[in-house]
Write a protein that binds this ligand. Structure first.
Ligand code: FAD
Length: 760
């Protein structure tokens, strides 16, 4: 069947038809290979730095395709989206253009671990991404259709774009200098992180060789190249015992996008450490065959919390939400019958190349088979039924990937409540692909072997749109800056590196390049040791200025919004800091801090509003309400005095007062700063402690771990199963060695460190 493209996707291709018919320029500053989430973000970032950029991808109509789940954000991932947005990136704005169902996950937990998430209309997502890339915002970006077959290399040159900046270091170990986790604000650190192992470089990139639509090949020259080929590197699709080459299925047809084989061979020739990973997508269901009435509903939050800082600052709702284009999701679950079917048909599952035929899939997004096998004690797993669009009848059963033969997938689906008569529109499948061990990259995502060549996205061993976008923006910023500086005959720029203490993007890249990964890596808040300060609500305050310095943020409104928020927050915190309260009878005023005998004991004590807010169970809302009430009373008292009345006739407040300044009744904090003010006051003590702990931990990294230590849930109950498994496998002899193990968080190592100290 002919592919059904979205009308806008067609016009997008048409827009570039000229280029495809021989319109390639002689040379570019940056070529981005691939139009997925890493590629779009990399191309836009490179273009924003001013570099002449080309995005070359196999099919222009699939630019911005959500290959798997129709959602963006979530715990950890939502933080990444807001950080990319704070740097002027696309994913947040595009997600808001297409968002039709919003929820903040972990809303009842602390602000540090809340994860904004939204369901997308797939067509609207792709349409918005394509429109934005061809909009006037990126005049120096060209999108071209073609398949990159090979890299053009100058093998006589071994110099790095950055080598003159720092003494060369011979080790491939990215943490050899103990830089792991240190703030990237230190220029020396930045330069070291970007130059480690440059002497290993075997070549410099010169461009790419592409195969165009008419089957001919041509060379396109570029100073830098970013490869973002996702699941396409020697991709193999699997369903039951069927195996066929491909990067992924095209959404609206039976067609398969071809794998990238030539590139894989070139990377192998340069001895890039390649591994094999897999991931899977569930079947898509016909929504008209689902019994929605018997499935519990999952409505959207209204109002929604947008991803975009600009929308949030304007106090606007995402456009589809404002237009009431909102969907409701539903929930069902597996049961004993489902699990019986899954186990009964286990030998119809594919055999993979990786891990002795078992395949290395995403640990935290497992297939239904893995879930049943791993948790035999559980007789049910949730399955969320998520419509793929506002007007679409196709439903994504989240949590149900499993590449059984199609007829078995149908049996499994039909065993669940509400799905007794369901029809499958497209069966689910797995994809197995090559990835490059990211330890072969520096913190700028430039490869150590080939100067000017960068990698970003799933090719580096991650999974997820957000992780891909986060790497894309870093690779795009660095490649763009380096190429532009070279084009202008300038010296190498300061590398664009985000520290672990500055953002989740920094945690992601540092984890990848220092520890590598043996399974698809996804972001969690637990991976960030500085998570109390790395919140979704303050991503702009942490990163927008850094983005401005790197040439990534030009948008006047974004800069104004960040600066305005910064001063509103400071102003609000100052007000809290200088407002004295007598902390008695809080309960009477509606706060829940003191009660019963505590009221008696604390009588007469004073605290600032900031100190009161820092206590458990207080909210900014309540503290400010009380401040406003008190101010009103004081104002009334002043006015009464001015009129010559006795103040006691007017006000009887014993408990609160504001000294010195004339009373001026304030408004409550605007919505756009509320969360940040509350969190920064509530967390300030913890933030200080967190930085102290990490500093002393860093100094202690050389200490030895006793060889007889027992890693188990009994001895170290807060460690995750994954961490116990890996620590037992590696048995590190020092903490420095332990910090190299992928999947073991710095926070957990601090915990092990204290355990060892106690034991000694
Ligand atoms: P992609 O989005 O895959 O984009 C790659 C781009 O490169 C495409 O545009 C492609 O056309 C282009 N390309 C490839 N080779 C060439 C070439 N030689 N020349 C030119 N262009 C080329 N994520 C999850 O978080 N959870 C999941 O469970 C999950 N399951 C998935 C299941 C399947 C079957 C697939 C295909 C993906 C799944 N994903 C999942 C992954 C998610 O889609 C990716 O993490 C994300 O899209 C990666 O973004 P990327 O930019 O690295 O690559």
């Amino acid at each position: 069947a002919a592919p059904r493209f979205h009308p806008l996707a067609r016009s997008f291709s048409a827009l570039h038809a000229d280029n495809n018919q021989g319109g390639y320029d002689d040379h570019y500053d940056v070529i981005v290979v691939g139009g997925g989430h890493a590629g779009c973000e990399a191309a836009a970032a490179a273009a924003r730095t001013g570099a002449k950029t080309a995005l070359i991808t196999q099919r222009l109509d699939t630019v911005g395709e959500l290959s798997c789940n129709p959602s963006i954000g979530g715990i950890g991932k939502g933080h990444l989206v807001r950080e990319v947005d704070a740097l002027g990136g696309l994913i947040g704005t595009v997600a808001d253009d297409a968002g039709i169902h919003y929820r903040v996950l972990n809303r009842r937990k602390g602000p540090a671990v809340r994860g904004p998430r939204a369901q997308m209309d797939r067509d609207w997502y792709k349409e918005s991404m394509q429109q934005r890339l061809v909009s006037g915002e990126y005049p120096n970006l060209t999108c071209l259709q073609g398949s990159v077959q090979d890299l053009l290399l100058d093998e006589s040159k071994t110099s790095s774009s950055l080598e003159s900046l720092a003494p060369m270091m011979s080790s491939g170990d990215n943490n050899k200098n103990g830089l792991l986790g240190k703030s990237s604000e230190n220029e020396d650190n930045l330069r070291k992180l970007a130059t480690i192992a440059v002497e290993d470089r075997k070549a410099r990139i010169r461009g790419v060789q592409i195969e165009t639509e008419d089957g001919s090949t041509r060379d396109v020259i570029s100073r830098t190249v970013i490869i973002t080929t996702g699941t396409f590197l020697r991709g193999v699709l699997l369903m039951g015992h069927d195996r066929y080459s491909g990067g992924r299925h095209l959404r609206d047809s039976e067609q398969v996008e071809p794998p990238s084989v030539g590139l894989a061979k070139t990377l192998a020739r340069f001895q890039f450490p390649l591994g094999r990973l897999k991931t899977g997508t569930p079947p898509r269901l016909d929504g008209s065959t689902i019994d929605w009435d018997i499935c519990p509903k999952q409505p959207s939050e209204i109002p929604a919390s947008p991803f975009s800082h600009i929308l949030q600052f304007r106090g606007e709702q995402p456009p589809r939400m404002a237009a009431n284009q909102i969907i409701t999701c539903a929930q069902t679950a597996t049961n004993d019958q489902t699990h019986e079917l899954v186990m009964k048909y286990e030998d119809t599952l594919p055999h993979y190349d990786g891990m002795d035929g078992a395949g290395n899939g995403p640990r935290y997004c497992p297939s239904i088979y893995k879930k049943v096998q791993r948790f035999p004690e559980r007789n049910s797993h949730n399955c969320f039924l998520e419509p793929e669009g506002f007007e679409s009848n196709i439903v994504y059963p989240n949590g149900m990937s499993g590449p059984f033969p199609p007829e078995i997938q149908l049996k499994i689906m039909r065993s669940m409540k509400g799905l007794g008569a369901v029809e499958i529109v497209r069966p689910g499948y797995d994809v197995e692909y090559d990835f490059v061990n990211p330890q072969s990259l520096t913190h700028t995502l430039e490869t150590k072997a080939i100067a000017g060549l960068y990698l970003a996205g799933q090719i580096c061993g991650t999974t997820g749109y957000e992780e891909a976008a986060a790497q894309g923006i870093v690779a795009g910023a660095n490649a763009g800056q380096v190429a532009k500086a070279a084009a202008q005959g300038e010296g190498p720029p300061l590398p664009f590196i985000i520290g672990r203490d500055e953002g989740y993007i920094g945690v992601l890249i540092d984890d990848l390049v220092t520890r590598g990964t043996s399974e698809p890596y996804r972001m969690f808040t637990s991976r960030a040791e500085y998570r109390i300060s790395l919140r979704a609500d303050n991503a702009d305050l942490r990163l927008t200025r850094k983005g401005m310095n790197a040439g990534l943020v030009h948008d006047e409104e974004r800069i104004v919004a960040m600066e305005a928020r910064e001063s509103l927050i400071e102003d609000r915190v100052q007000k809290l800091r200088h407002f004295d309260m007598k902390v008695i009878d809080w309960a009477e005023r509606g706060g829940a801090v003191f009660g019963g005998d505590q009221v008696e004991r604390k009588k007469g004590q004073k605290k600032t509003a900031e100190e009161v807010l820092a206590m458990p169970h207080t909210t900014l809302d309540r503290v400010e309400d009380i401040m406003i009430e008190v101010q009103k009373e004081q104002k009334a008292e002043q006015e009464a005095r001015a009129k010559g009345k006795d103040a006691s006739e007017v006000v009887e407040d014993d408990f609160f007062f504001k000294k010195e300044e004339p009373v001026e009744v304030m408004d409550p904090s605007p919505v756009s700063v509320y969360d940040t003010v509350e969190a920064s006051v509530k967390y300030q003590v913890f933030v200080r402690r967190q930085h102290r702990d990490m500093e002393s931990w860093r100094r202690a990294q050389g200490s030895r771990i006793p060889p007889d230590i027992v890693y188990s849930t009994e001895t170290l109950p807060t460690l995750k199963k994954e961490e116990i498994e890996k620590l037992n496998r590696v048995r590190p002899s020092t903490f420095a060695e332990a910090s190299q193990i992928s999947g073991v968080t710095p926070q957990s190592l601090v915990y092990v460190y204290h355990y060892v100290k106690r034991r000694n």
